[in-house]
Ligand binder design. Structure first.
Ligand code: FEO
Length: 170
């Protein structure tokens, strides 16, 4: 059995990851409405990855004999005025999630829960990649977003993102 506080934080994080999926699906819906199908695709796949994160945590808890309690998922309530608003919101959200993962890591470290620390190593790395990707989108938009033809090409590039299952196997 895991330490009760560590297990509780992981259980809460399942909800946060499902919320992230919901949030990014909402971003995707916004871009569909705007006719930017590539951006919509990028966030739809991001939503799939967030669901994977939630499922990995759920599986980890169950593999360790812990009960999983699912909570209500908050409604995404962001209103966007400009094409790059979701990009900034996404970057901020990833920084927030990185902080949450670090808090769980701290709790596991405190009770010498090396198994959970090893499990979370993958998420620490993943958060680094996600922050880099989110920041990269902002930079690309800053460079190309104001020119219609360049925006069209950027949208086409983002349409090429394909889903791949997480590299972490439990
Ligand atoms: Fe599951 Fe984007 O962090």
């Amino acid at each position: 059995m895991l330490d009760a506080k560590v297990a509780e934080l992981l259980n809460t994080q399942i909800n946060k990851e499902f919320y992230s999926a919901y949030l990014y699906l909402d971003f995707s819906n916004y871009y569909v409405e705007q006719g930017l199908d590539g951006f919509a695709n990028w966030y739809r796949i991001q939503a799939q990855e967030e669901r994977d994160h939630a499922m990995l945590m759920l599986q980890y808890l169950q593999n360790n004999g812990c009960k999983v309690t699912l909570d209500a998922i908050d409604k995404p309530d962001k209103v966007f005025a400009k094409y790059d608003d979701p990009l900034h919101a996404g970057y901020e959200h990833e920084q927030y999630v990185t902080g949450l993962i670090h808090t769980i890591y701290d709790a596991a470290h405190e009770v010498k829960d090396y198994r959970t620390m090893q499990f979370l190593d993958w998420f620490v790395k993943e958060q680094g990649e996600e922050e880099t990707n989110a920041e990269g989108l902002i930079k690309k938009y800053e460079l190309f977003g104001s020119d219609a033809r360049a925006l069209y090409m950027l949208d086409n590039e983002l349409a090429g993102r394909v889903y791949s299952a997480p590299s972490l196997v439990l």
